[in-house]
Ligand binder design. Sequence first.
Ligand code: ADP
Ligand code: MG
Length: 230
Amino acid sequence: MERYELKLKNITKKYTDGDSENTVLNNVSINVKPGEFVAIVGPSGSGKSTFLSIAGALLSASNGEIMIGDTNLNKKSKKELADIRRNKIGFVFQSHQLIPYLTVIDQLKLIPKLSNNKNTKEVNEHANKLLKEFGLEHKLTKYPSKLSGGEKQRIAIARALMNNPDIILADEPTASLDGERGREVVSMIKDEIKKYNKAALMVTHDERILDLVDTIYRIENGNITLEMKN
Ligand code: ADP
Ligand code: MG
């Protein structure tokens, strides 16, 4: 199956607040290849979430270009961007953002519903396969309130994979977890992209998990610099 490279080119982001202007990203560029796991590390307030939101077309840049394969996102309408987010991108956030009144299996089945996928058999099989892979098959009918932090984050990752995205974007996925649980969820992302040749971009301030990624960039003072490439 063909997969796509995520390319962010000369991205600048300025926030304006009254008269003052804050340049959070200053002309930064990175690419994430299919099968590559990239981490961007930096302290709180360094612009990590801003960058990831721009990469996922949740936020527009002040300047610069975002490409998925040969598709230039700058040229897309709001509706087309929503379709791209639903079909090509899987998001994992710092807090799991599960829906309190849905069971584990229904959290996953909601995603294809949003893209109008009515193939119930295929959806059920995919949801069950993912939950099994992630060791959650005995939790199918549980509600989020009955799950541990690590389990909730694993479900959030399974949910992000339900639309079979080409690109996985993760914003501090280990922030609410202890060291061991944190490694588990990052390993899950790693396994998925290696197995299916997807591209993953994770922003984090957690340095304990960096041995699991292929490429490390550091974000500081609006700049992103390459620190390590395997
Ligand atoms: P990180 O995720 O690394 O903690 P963020 O991307 O959330 O950093 O924020 C980077 C900087 O941009 C911070 O100084 C933050 O206060 C500022 N910022 C973030 N979002 C907005 C916004 N919507 N309006 C104005 N400033 C913002
Ligand atoms: Mg953040």
